[in-house]
Design a protein around this ligand. Structure first.
Ligand code: PHB
Length: 390
């Protein structure tokens, strides 16, 4: 009797252990991916979600014995909605990672929650330099505006441009771009002859473009966020500025791969600086572009897509380094100093700033096989965020 009881309880204990081990393997690491999926910045959400799903399809959904699960939510591009969704995902869904953040105000609104919850917050898009200073749990997989802009100012300087007008969208990343360009360019007889800011919502470029036509600068430097470039180019052409001899330069946000081909020949010759072009000729990028196109009805990835793809890489590799622990502090520590070959080129997470050190390429819009592309022709190697060097 006693013996039978002992066997039964041993079996029960074994069962319990087995059950616990099974539960452990099944315990998911949930990533809350919060993105603008509707509204004027929906292209950012579409790109990042598609690239994150591609990464998971290529690398599997089990990492270091843990099942990785993606929960995608639409923030509509509104800070209050983003913060509410982040709160719900943390409290109800018990997510281990916050990710996404298509616009700077959305990242700012969520940063305090990442600190409180001690959860990594992977910024895949938003690019104002100060974002990573809002929480020690933020790691950025995109870029910063000063990082992309300073090389543009250097290129303009070395190419003999003297009088440049500046046009940026009137919110934090635009101010970053305007300031970085001016500080770097306006020296030794070079000047920024006008600096204008246009609203984020429903921008009208016409009044400013008229002023540019009158001022006749050597070039016009532009920052508009991803998705807005097509509207700008249309008005640039309507005002006849494409035939006025004013050279168009900017950060690569202007000639965003997602909309570049729709801009038409007016975009030919526009020179921009950025960290990613779908035309980057590396093997890693060719494979990425082909896989992205195959999974998305032939659509081309843009710099937002690559931010989503690399953001997932950060999470997967951090989990491998922690042996599957999703502890926020351990994951962020694991990300610091991480290096890999991204489709954009070689990248490293600067352990001090949690920003990517990466190449910034100078590109010119050209036709390749009948399609418009940002063709890279010069490289500023391993650029870190200059805003944090001060
Ligand atoms: C931003 O809001 O930080 C942002 C959005 C789109 C861009 C660049 C920056 O292309």
């Amino acid at each position: 009797m006693l013996r039978r009881q002992m066997i039964a309880s041993a079996a029960a204990a074994l069962l319990a252990v087995g059950f616990a081990a099974g539960a452990q393997a099944q315990e998911a690491v949930k990533i809350g991916l919060i993105l603008p999926m509707t509204g004027p910045f929906a292209s950012t959400g579409r790109q990042i979600e598609a690239a994150a799903r591609l990464y998971m399809a290529q690398h599997g959904t089990t990492v270091a014995g843990k099942r990785v699960e993606l929960i995608v939510r639409d923030d509509t591009g509104t800070p209050d909605v983003t913060r509410r969704i982040a709160q719900e995902l943390l409290v109800n869904d018990k997510i281990s990672v916050l990710a996404g953040f298509g616009l700077t105000p959305l990242a700012f609104a969520t940063a305090p929650l990442a600190t409180q919850a001690k959860v990594p917050m992977i910024v895949m898009a938003a690019a104002t330099a100060a974002i990573t200073e809002q929480s020690p749990f933020i790691v950025r997989a995109s870029f910063t505006l000063p990082q992309a802009t300073q090389p543009m100012a250097d290129w303009a300087t070395h190419n003999g441009l003297k009088r440049v007008a500046s046009l940026v969208t009137d919110y934090a990343p635009g101010i970053d771009a305007e300031k970085a360009f001016k500080e770097r360019f306006a020296r030794d007889g070079r000047e920024v002859v006008a600096d204008v800011r246009v609203p984020l919502r429903n921008p009208d470029f016409a009044p400013f473009l008229q002023r540019v036509a009158d001022l006749k600068p050597d070039a016009l430097f532009v920052f508009v966020p991803s998705g807005v470039g097509a509207q700008f180019m249309k008005q640039f052409q309507e005002r006849g500025l494409d035939k006025s001899g004013v050279k168009l330069i900017g950060t690569g946000d202007l000639t965003d791969d997602d909309i570049l081909n729709e801009m038409g020949d007016v975009a030919l010759g526009v020179v921009t600086t950025h960290h990613y072009s779908a035309a980057n000729p590396s093997a890693a990028n060719k494979a990425f572009v082909a896989a992205y196109k195959a999974a998305n009805k032939g659509a081309r990835p843009n710099f937002m897509g690559v931010g989503g793809y690399d953001g997932m890489h950060l999470v997967y590799e951090a989990l491998k380094k922690t042996g599957g622990s999703a502890d926020g502090t351990r994951m962020v520590d694991a990300m610091k100093g991480m290096s890999w070959t991204s489709p954009r080129g070689p990248v490293t997470v600067d352990p001090k700033t949690r920003e990517l050190t990466q190449n910034i390429y100078v590109r010119r819009v050209e036709k390749v096989d009948g399609q418009l592309y940002n063709v890279e022709f010069a490289t500023f190697q391993a650029v870190s965020d200059p805003a944090k060097a001060r």
